[in-house]
Design a protein around this ligand. Structure first.
Ligand code: AHM
Ligand code: MG
Length: 343
């Protein structure tokens, strides 16, 4: 029988062999993984758990919140509040940061999350997920403010996501490659199922919401037009397209078999740099993708180099197979491409 390695064993061995997972970070990852198990149970119940549908409220970005958005947010907060590993949390579903209450010890990390990404897919039984990013708190004073969170993605201590699909899979990086763990529902444990994940540099698969084509900027239009020309065009090969409308599921496919994902700035609302959020969607995915040998840019710069100016900042996202991301980015850098401002 093949030896099974649990998430706990993996983390303990990483800590022992490489010393790059401090105790508090290990606890944090285990707590997030446990919270994801609880979210997976709620997601699985669906209509039977009365968790589908709208919660009748809106988040800070004016988006309608689903019941599962709120449930997942509460699960993550409750699980992470008391362990002593965190100073504060920030979420897509909360206007402001959540500082660990005074009754609990305060840790040295800060956690950001999109508790349930791909909300439009909840009610239709399509893969959704939880995305998280871990930052270190700078300074030793007890107070934490939003400014403490505004660190470029290159300073992330860890990042990952959990995809709730036909399988429930946790994907993690602590800056030393990417590992995947599949939830064994019978034993309730996370089992290591892939290590040293690598994204192929070339691909024949792209992911973009084509319904926005008329709003795209010239470099994006040029790139997709060339893909669509297929074998007889500039690229000399046929491309396939996928769009799940859950970034977690699209990125999971890319980490598994390669591809390029684009949610670019477009002319619908020119002042808005993109749809996806920098700090708890783009940065953690960029960290994972780079750790797997891919690239992530906003068309002009590496995503993880961007200096955030506010918690819920949006960003244009192009990520995945290295050679494709380089190509789209080079089209943007050629004279004439408009530069989205950071909002
Ligand atoms: P959400 O966090 O509110 O679910 O929004 C983010 C999602 C991404 O997962 C996905 O890539 C994108 O929105 C899909 O957007 P669209 O419906 O415009 O195609
Ligand atoms: Mg999201």
């Amino acid at each position: 029988m093949t030896k099974r390695i649990s998430l706990t064993q993996y983390l303990v061995e990483q800590q022992r062999e490489h010393g790059h997972i401090p105790g508090q970070l290990r606890l944090l990852i285990e707590v997030v993984a446990r919270a994801c198990k609880r979210i997976a149970i709620a997601v699985n119940k669906g209509a039977l758990g009365e968790v589908l549908g709208s919660a009748g409220s809106e988040n800070v970005q004016g988006e309608v919140q689903k019941k599962l958005d709120i449930i997942s947010n509460e699960v993550l907060i409750e699980a992470n509040e008391w362990g002593g590993h965190l100073a504060a949390m920030a979420s897509e579903e909360m206007d402001d940061i959540h500082v660990v209450p005074n009754r609990y010890p305060q840790g040295e990390y800060m956690l950001l999350f999109d508790p349930l990404d791909g909300s439009s897919n909840i009610d239709v039984n399509v893969s959704i997920g939880t995305i998280f990013s871990v930052l270190r708190k700078v300074g030793h004073n007890r107070g934490v403010s939003e400014e403490d969170f505004l660190q470029p993605g290159k300073f992330q201590a860890a990042a990952g996501y959990c995809v709730y699909g036909p399988q429930t899979t946790l994907v993690l990086t602590v800056g030393d490659g990417v590992a995947m763990f599949t939830l064994d529902r019978e034993t309730g444990s996370w089992v290591l199922t892939s290590e040293n994940v690598q994204i192929p540099a070339d691909t024949k698969e792209f992911a973009i919401n084509m319904s926005n084509m008329r709003h795209w900027d010239t470099p994006v239009k040029r790139y997709i037009d060339e893909c669509l020309e297929g074998k007889d065009g500039t690229r000399g090969k046929d491309f396939n397209m996928r769009w799940i409308a859950s970034m977690v599921a699209d990125v999971h496919r890319i980490l598994t078999r390669g591809g390029v994902f684009l949610y670019p700035w477009d002319k619908r609302e020119p002042a808005k740099p993109g749809k996806l959020r920098l700090m708890y969607e783009a940065n953690p995915m960029a960290f994972l993708v780079e750790q797997a040998g891919g690239l992530a840019t906003n068309g002009h710069q590496r995503i993880m180099d961007l200096q955030p100016t506010k918690l819920h900042e949006r960003v244009s996202v192009i990520l995945g197979s290295k050679n494709e991301v380089q190509r789209v980015t080079s089209y943007h850098l050629e004279k004439g491409a408009e530069t989205p401002s950071q909002d």
